[in-house]
Design a protein around this ligand. Structure first.
Ligand SMILES: NC(=O)c1ccc[n+]([C@@H]2O[C@H](COP(=O)([O-])OP(=O)(O)OC[C@H]3O[C@@H](n4cnc5c(N)ncnc54)[C@H](O)[C@@H]3O)[C@@H](O)[C@H]2O)c1
Length: 329
């Protein structure tokens, strides 16, 4: 299935999740064969409806946090044809859940990376793409560049992403021919399984009298639409040729405040609803309340986002509102 007329055979982990499903669609559209793996802890089969219509998409259900699960997934994918690249998006994406129980981040973020790399080594796959995060940086006052340090994450999510980056760099030394460590900002869009716009819409649906906001609303971060994130990932893969390629991916503006996002979502889907803020500057333990990415490295490579943070919020609001159904609580 994989090889007839296709460009490459790419294994995407976390394929049924928010970003993984968009990545999968775009790789298939570009003519690649995709083997998608997910354990459906958070991913949804519905997200893969367009992919499942492609003859060159193959879906597997495996837990990638164990060596056995990884071996099974790689064996199944390998039967279709040799795997050229792995795009590793599977992780725990719920930062608050990881604060309550850090073993979730150990398992779904670090151990998936560790065992996927082990399987790549065994099956001779040499190109690795990793979904990292601004959470690796911890708290810094200025813009975050790829070489900003010291790196002291304040969430176990960030800690396990940073540990993953460490094992990736060690794997470049020992067996990978190329690795891409891509540090995402906050990503928004249709099929979201979590995140600020998704949360606000859920809250407004479930209890439309008031929108409660976590924190004082002054938190300020960059927000990128998922379509632009996938553009950037594909662009980086096509243009960056070091053995270890590390890039921040982000919008060019200063970001959007939580207050401006709440006001935008309310204006678009529930005009007039009062918004209720808390006193503290952080939304939750482990939340970095303000950050900004330096994107000079990605701009120098030739890629810039077209949408501002608030334009990404507007587009995501329409998409998430169209997708949400009954109240989930
Ligand atoms: N969404 C964002 O704003 C954002 C920001 C920075 C980084 N990221 C990273 O991007 C990636 C995708 O995030 P997302 O927002 O699409 O989250 P998501 O939760 O929608 O997707 C992650 C997918 O991984 C799967 N998964 C989790 N543990 C697994 C395991 N043990 N075995 C197999 N599958 C497993 C889940 O079922 C889910 O489908 C993650 O690595 C995340 O940390 C996301």
């Amino acid at each position: 299935v994989a090889k007839a007329g296709t460009l490459a055979h790419i294994l995407v982990t976390g394929a049924a999740g928010f970003i993984g499903s968009h990545v999968t669609d775009r790789l298939l559209q570009a003519g690649h064969a995709v083997s998608g793996v997910d354990n459906f802890v958070r991913g949804r089969r519905d997200n893969l409806c367009p992919a499942l219509a492609h003859g060159t998409f193959h879906l597997m259900e495996n837990d990638l946090s164990t060596q056995e699960g990884c071996t099974r997934a790689f064996e199944a994918a390998h039967r279709i044809g040799p795997i050229d690249e792995v795009w590793h998006l599977a992780a725990n994406s719920d930062i608050a859940a990881g604060i309550a129980d850090p073993s979730i981040d150990l398992r779904d973020t670090f151990l998936t990376t560790f065992h996927v790399l082990g399987a790549m080594r065994y099956f001779g796959v040499r190109i690795f793409v990793f979904a990292s995060s601004s959470a690796i940086y911890g708290i810094h006052s200025g813009p975050l560049a790829e070489d900003t340090g010291s790196l002291f994450p304040i969430s176990s999510y960030g800690a396990m992403k940073l540990a993953s980056e460490g094992i990736i760099s060690a794997s470049v030394e020992s067996f990978l021919s190329r690795a891409y460590v891509l540090r995402f900002p906050n990503v928004l869009g249709g099929r979201a399984t979590h995140g600020i716009v998704f949360d606000f819409i859920e809250k407004l649906r479930c209890s439309p009298k008031v929108l409660p906001v976590l924190g004082d609303g002054n938190q300020q971060k960059p927000y990128l639409h998922v379509s632009e994130l996938v553009d950037a990932m594909i662009f980086i893969l096509a243009h960056a040729r070091e053995r270890l390629n590390c890039f921040n991916i982000s919008v060019s503006d200063e970001g959007a405040t939580v207050r401006s996002i709440a006001e935008t979502v309310v204006r678009m889907i529930a005009p007039g609803t009062p918004i209720c803020y808390e006193q503290q500057d952080r939304g939750w333990v482990g939340d970095v309340p303000k950050f900004r990415y330096a994107t000079d490295k990605l701009s120098a490579l030739g890629w810039r986002a077209q949408l501002s943070s608030i334009q990404a919020v507007e587009r995501a609001t329409l998409e998430c509102y169209a997708q949400t159904g009954a109240c989930s609580s």
